[in-house]
Design a protein around this ligand. Structure first.
Ligand code: XMP
Length: 511
C-alpha cells in the first residue's frame, strides 16, 4: 500500500496535513521525528515525506533537528514552514530571523511555473505564520515562489525531488493548498491515490486483533457516533472480548435507550451491557439547579456506575475510548476559559485505573469517523446522528430535573424532531435541533379553560464545527406544525417559542 510519512516536528497542523493527504486517497502516517530513523523510513517504503511545521527556530539548539541523510534517501520530501527552514538548514542554505520579515495570516503568493504549482494561478492567497525564513537557498535548489516579504516562499531541488514551502498549504485559507499537496503526491511522488477508508479500518482491525488478543476490553457506549464506531471496529477485531457498557442515565431522548440496545446487541451482535440507572441519577440530581453542578454530578455518577460494572466483569485490562482528534486538541489546549465542562471529553482514566487505554479514532476528524462508520456497516441513521450532550436532557431541562419535566421534554422534542425531519426531507437539515424545557410557565387557554403550563423553546442551529453556530432559518411551516402539535399533544405545555440566538453570544445548549 502506498503511503506518505508525515514527519512531525511539533507543529499544530500535523493532523490536518495527514488529513489533506488522505483526502487525496493516499494513506498518511504521522511519526515523531525522534521516533524514526532514516534507515527505517527507507525500509518502510514511503512514497514521500512531509516535514511538518513546528513552534521552534532552527537556530535554537533545543529545536528538533534531523539526520541530513534523509535528504539522500531518494524519497521526495515537502517541507512546510519550520520543515522548509529545516530542510534549507540541513542542505546548507541560509535561514534568517527578522521581525521585519515576519508574516502572519493571508498573504499574496506569487509562483513561478513549476510542477508543484500546476493549476495554481501566478498570484493567489496563501496562509503564512513565521518569523524565520529561508534567505539563501541551498545549492541545487531554486526559488519557485515569493511574497512581498518573503524572498523565498517556496524552493525546490528537482533533481533530488526536495521541496519546501514557507506557507501552510494544509489550511483552507491557502486557496490552492489542496492542489499543491495533490501535485506533490501525484506529480512528484508518483502516488496512485487508491487508498480507501475501508483499508484503514482493515489495518486497524488487524492491529487490534493482534495487540488485544486474549484481553478483555471495556468501552463506554453512549449511542453517539464516536463510541459507536470505536465499538464496532473493536468488535470486529476481538468479538466478544469487547464488553460495551451502555449507561442509560435516564436523561436520553424518547426511545433512545432501546434504539441503542437494539442496534448494538441485536443488529450488530456486539457484547453489550445496558445499565438502567435512571432513578439513581435522578436521586442525585434532586434539588440541583446549577448547570455546572448538574454536569459534575452526572459525570461523577457515570464514573461510579462504570466502575461498578468493570468490577463485576473483573479482569479488565484495557479501556477503549471513542476519543477523536478534535477532542485531543480541545482537551490539550489548556489556556482557553472553560465555558462548559464537557464531561465526556478527556474521559474516565483519571479515576478508573486500567492497564492500558486504546483510542482507535484518535487520529481522525469527525467526517472521517462517519466515513469509517459507513465502511464498517453502521446503520446510516446512527452515522449521521446529530450530536447529543453527555449530560443529556439534564442540560435541556432548565432548573431542577424531575421525571415529570423529563417526560414533557421528551415528548416535545420528539414532535419537533419529527417535524424538522419531515419538513427538510429534500432540503437542508440543520446540524442540530432540539427542544428545551424552560422553567417559565405561562397562561394559556384550552377549550374554555385556563391553563398554566411550561414554555418549550425550540432550537435549531447550522454550523461546521459547533464552535460557532448560526440559528437556522427554519420555514414557518415547520415551526407552525411543531408549535401547534406540541401545545396540542404534549400535556403540561402552554407555549412554544423559537430561539433566534447565534453562537456567540449564545451557546448551542441552554445550560
Ligand atoms: P455548546 O452548548 O457548548 O455546545 O455551544 C456545542 C456542542 O457541544 C454539545 N455539548 C456537549 N456535549 N457534553 C457533550 O458531550 C456536554 O456537556 C455538552 N455540552 C454541550 C452541544 O450539544 C453542541 O453540539
Amino acid at each position: 500500500m502506498e503511503k506518505i510519512l508525515v514527519l512531525d516536528f511539533g507543529g499544530q497542523y500535523n493532523q490536518l496535513i495527514a488529513r489533506r493527504v488522505r483526502e487525496h486517497h493516499v494513506y498518511a502516517e504521522i511519526r515523531s521525528y525522534n521516533r524514526i530513523a532514516p534507515d527505517e523510513i527507507k525500509d518502510e517504503g514511503y512514497k514521500g515525506i512531509i516535514f511538518t511545521g513546528g513552534p521552534n527556530s532552527v537556530f535554537d539548539p533545543a529545536s528538533p533537528h534531523y539526520d541530513p541523510l534523509v535528504l539522500d534517501l531518494g524519497i521526495p520530501i515537502l517541507g512546510i514552514c519550520y520543515g522548509d527552514q529545516l530542510m534549507a538548514f540541513m542542505a546548507g542554505g541560509k535561514v534568517s530571523s527578522a521581525e521585519s520579515a515576519s508574516e502572519y495570516g493571508k498573504t499574496v503568493l506569487t509562483v513561478l511555473e513549476h510542477t508543484l504549482f500546476d493549476g495554481v494561478p501566478k498570484e493567489s492567497i496563501c496562509w503564512m505564520s513565521h518569523t524565520d525564513h529561508v534567505s539563501e537557498v541551498p545549492s541545487g535548489f531554486g526559488t519557485i515562489a515569493v511574497t512581498s516579504h518573503c524572498p523565498c516562499a517556496a524552493m525546490g531541488d528537482d533533481k533530488r525531488k526536495l521541496y519546501g514551502v514557507q506557507f501552510h498549504p494544509e489550511v483552507t485559507h491557502t486557496e490552492y493548498g489542496k492542489r499543491i499537496i495533490g501535485n506533490f503526491l501525484f506529480s512528484v511522488c508518483g502516488c496512485r491515490g487508491d487508498w480507501k477508508m475501508e483499508d484503514y479500518a482493515d489495518r486497524m482491525i488487524a492491529r487490534y486483533r493482534e495487540q488485544l488478543s486474549g484481553k478483555t476490553v471495556l468501552l463506554a457506549l453512549s449511542g453517539g457516533v464516536d463510541s459507536a464506531v470505536a465499538g464496532l471496529l473493536l468488535h470486529r477485531a476481538i468479538g466478544q472480548n469487547l464488553v460495551c457498557v451502555f449507561v442509560d442515565h435516564g436523561l436520553l431522548r424518547k426511545g433512545e435507550g432501546d434504539y441503542v440496545e437494539q442496534t448494538f446487541r441485536k443488529k450488530l451482535g456486539v457484547n453489550m451491557i445496558r445499565v438502567n440507572a435512571g432513578e439513581r441519577f435522578l436521586r442525585k440530581l434532586a434539588g440541583v439547579t446549577d448547570p455546572e453542578g448538574k454536569r459534575r454530578i452526572i459525570g461523577e455518577e457515570f464514573i461510579r456506575v462504570f466502575e461498578e460494572e468493570a468490577g463485576r466483569i473483573g479482569h479488565v485490562y484495557t479501556l477503549a475510548q471513542g476519543t477523536i482528534y478534535p477532542d485531543v486538541i480541545e482537551s490539550g489546549s489548556g489556556n482557553s476559559a472553560v465555558i462548559k465542562s464537557h464531561h465526556n471529553v478527556g474521559g474516565l482514566p483519571d479515576v478508573v485505573s486500567f492497564e492500558a487505554i486504546v483510542e482507535p479514532l484518535r487520529d481522525l476528524f469527525k467526517d472521517e469517523v462517519r466515513h469509517m462508520g459507513m465502511s464498517l456497516g453502521l446503520p446510516e441513521e446512527l452515522v449521521w446522528r446529530q450530536p447529543f450532550p453527555g449530560p443529556g436532557l439534564a442540560v435541556r431541562v432548565i432548573g431542577e430535573v424531575t421525571e415529570e419535566k423529563l417526560s414533557i421534554l421528551r415528548e416535545a422534542d420528539a414532535v419537533f424532531s419529527e417535524e424538522v425531519t419531515a419538513g427538510t426531507r429534500t432540503g437542508y437539515r440543520p446540524d442540530q435541533y432540539f427542544a428545551v424545557l424552560t422553567d417559565t410557565r405561562s397562561v394559556g387557554v384550552k377549550g374554555d379553560a385556563r391553563t398554566y403550563g411550561y414554555t418549550v423553546a425550540l432550537r435549531a442551529v447550522s454550523t461546521d464545527d459547533f464552535m460557532t453556530a448560526e440559528w437556522t432559518r427554519l420555514s414557518f411551516d415547520i415551526l407552525e406544525k411543531a408549535g401547534s402539535r406540541i401545545t396540542n399533544e404534549v400535556s403540561g405545555v402552554s407555549r412554544v417559542v423559537y430561539d433566534i440566538t447565534s453562537k456567540p453570544p449564545g451557546t448551542v445548549e441552554w445550560e
